[in-house]
Design a binder for this molecule. Structure first.
Ligand code: SF4
Ligand SMILES: [Zn+2]
Length: 389
């Protein structure tokens, strides 16, 4: 659940604002809700896209200059809900047809564009239905808002050659919410600091307790991503001395490989590296490229080298701390926070951040001033770091 303090204009991970103490409003997002703050490159892409489609002033008038959240939604390629001022303003997605980023305004996004005359609209006599084509030509290309008799906006359509294709419909709205004052990342952090501090302390205590009960060797599984950086920091906050385990699949991006070295030397943590070598390229000839539901290389390039390393470098029972979050997948939601490591007898895995969203992770990393240790790929528009295939 995400909240928004309308007085301070900042997103919150809890219902009460840490700056003004106000009760915040809930922001409903596409599930599983896993929003993240738009970073510099994301904001640049969003700005350029909105301005290209709706004109020079459009970004300022529609999105404003406050904190922007992006929440993944299904599209053929990348797609995000864009939330600003506590409102769903539209979708930013990569259009595979046109091979470019596009911004589809929704609800308040349409209202704000219409108010400034930056978007066309058309009156419809009947309630439009998603997927229907209205035989109308309003513009050459782009989005057109749909209005009812009273002028209220109730949907958005895309101009196609054969008419307006209705893409989204909603309850009619006629009031425009003005753009709120800008808030900085500093305000965003201040408003959430107490909540994040409490979450981090809970997470660190959990790691400490589980390790105390379980005993054995302690390992943090490190992928080069922000979630594993957060769990490494939490494990150190718990006063423990983990080893860091990284599996180089042989198809890692160079930024990831160098991030592992930087992080382990910065924290003075011993790094154990499992190497898959050429396994991916050897397997490619026989199995072909991996795909969703056909992840043969996860076994050959991740699991097998990791098990080999466990056997050669670790002994007895091992507790592995992993930065997995429930919002990432159904399987992860089902798993709980501590589970048996099926591959190594008597060993366990745990995640102390199962209930965190990307917002929690970013806030935690900012609060701990760890942004310099974050894999730079996140600042180039990646929201997950993985193998480059
Ligand atoms: S994450 Fe994808 S590319 Fe990487 S090893 Fe697993 S299946 Fe292969
Ligand atoms: Zn506030």
């Amino acid at each position: 659940m995400v909240y928004w303090c309308l007085a301070c204009n900042v997103p919150l991970v809890e219902a009460r604002c840490g700056i003004c103490g106000c009760e915040a409003v809930e922001v409903r997002l596409f599930r599983p809700e896993d929003p993240r703050p738009a970073l510099e490159t994301d904001t640049k892409i969003l700005r350029e896209t909105v301005e290209k489609q709706f004109g020079q002033q459009a970004f300022k008038r529609v999105i404003g200059n406050g904190v922007i959240l992006l929440n993944r939604v299904p599209y053929a390629d990348a797609g995000y809900e864009v939330v600003g001022d506590g409102l769903l303003l539209g979708h930013l997605f990569y259009d595979m047809r046109l091979l470019e980023w596009r911004f589809k305004p929704l609800r308040m996004g349409c209202m704000r564009l219409l108010e400034d005359g930056l978007m066309e609209s058309v009156k419809v006599d009947q309630k439009p239905v998603k997927g229907q084509t209205l035989r109308l030509k309003k513009i050459d290309r782009g989005y057109v808002a749909l209005r009812d008799d009273s002028g209220a906006v109730l949907g958005v359509a895309e101009q196609m050659d054969d008419g307006l294709k209705v893409l989204n419909v909603w309850k009619p709205i006629s009031e425009v919410e003005p753009v709120r004052g800008g808030a900085s990342i500093g305000d965003f952090l201040r408003a959430n600091e107490n909540a994040i501090r409490a979450e981090a302390s809970r997470a660190a205590k959990t790691i400490y307790k589980v390790h105390g009960r379980f005993g054995g060797e302690l390992v943090v599984s490190y992928s080069g991503g922000k979630d594993s950086l957060a769990v490494l920091s939490l494990t150190l906050e718990a006063g423990l001395e983990p080893k860091l385990l990284f599996t180089d699949t042989g198809i890692e991006l160079p930024e990831t490989v160098s991030n592992v070295q930087r992080v382990s030397s910065k924290f003075g943590v011993e790094a154990l590296e499992a190497q898959a070598g050429e396994a991916f390229w050897r397997g490619l000839d026989s199995y072909g490229p991996p795909a969703r539901g056909y992840r043969w290389c996860c076994k050959t390039c991740k699991l097998i080298p990791t098990l080999r390393l466990y056997k050669s470098r670790l002994s007895g029972r091992v507790l592995t701390v992993i930065g997995q979050r429930a919002a990432e997948s159904k399987a992860r939601r089902k798993r709980g926070s501590v589970w048996e490591n099926y591959w190594i007898t008597g060993s366990m895995n745990m995640t102390p951040i199962g209930g965190w969203s990307m917002l929690h992770v970013w806030l935690y990393l900012w609060m701990k001033k760890l942004e310099d240790l974050v894999n730079p790929l996140y600042f180039e528009g990646f929201d997950r770091i993985g193998c480059y295939t």
